[in-house]
Design a protein around this ligand. Structure first.
Ligand code: HEC
Length: 95
């Protein structure tokens, strides 16, 4: 019985956490990664222009993965999270 209650508690806690979860990732680290890897092809004007293409957090993740593929090294999932967080906090501000 106690085990069931504990399981229920954990399950509820996790789903609440998932619902309210802020983006994973570290903005400061994302900024460093960004400066080191992303300014060769475009500066930040692509995020600030009126007709920027990215309209959602999912789109942002996809774009960062596809831009990342053009780098000579591959990005880890943690690095992608940091970049998404940095760009979202700084420019896109998707909820
Ligand atoms: C090999 C060149 C190249 C590199 C390196 C590169 N990008 Fe891009 N990126 C592009 C091109 C080309 C576009 C499309 C620009 C356009 O639509 O005018 C783009 C567009 C974007 C956009 C969409 C802007 C919008 O319209 O809202 C984001 C976000 C982005 N890049 C993020 C990154 C990040 C983060 C990195 C570093 C991991 C990176 N890029 C590295 C070539 C590159």
């Amino acid at each position: 019985m106690i085990r069931h209650i504990v399981t229920l508690f954990i399950a509820t806690g996790l789903s609440l956490a998932a619902h309210a979860a802020p983006l994973p990732g570290d903005t400061a680290h994302g900024k460093k990664l960004y400066k080191a890897n992303c300014v060769a092809c475009h500066d930040d004007s692509v995020y600030k222009r009126k007709d920027r293409r990215i309209k959602s957090i999912e789109g942002l993740k996809g774009q960062i993965s596809s831009c990342g593929h053009q780098l000579k090294k591959s990005l880890t999932q943690d690095q992608i999270n940091d970049l998404v967080k940095y760009l979202n906090d700084t420019y896109y501000k998707f909820k």
